[in-house]
Design a protein around this ligand. Structure first.
Ligand code: SF4
Length: 67
């Protein structure tokens, strides 16, 4: 299971990150949070199953480990 640090690290590096517009109102409530990318605010993130819908999470995480 991915932890929050990983979600942020992957979100920042992921080439497929797409801001989830439906979270816009929530995000503007906390300016600091909205500035930092994370899988949690990506439109590809499946909140219910806590996984990336297009399955690139593991790829990005692996590439982070290699740097
Ligand atoms: S949810 Fe998937 S596409 Fe979105 S930032 Fe995370 S790994 Fe990338």
């Amino acid at each position: 299971m991915a932890n929050r640090e990983q979600l942020k690290a992957v979100g920042e590096m992921c080439p497929d990150f797409t801001f989830d517009d439906s979270l816009n109102k929530k995000a503007t409530m906390s300016t600091e949070e909205s500035l930092s990318r994370s899988c949690e605010i990506c439109s590809h993130w499946d909140v219910r199953n806590q996984k990336c819908r297009i399955d690139v999470f593991d790829d990005v995480l692996t590439s982070l480990d290699q740097t």
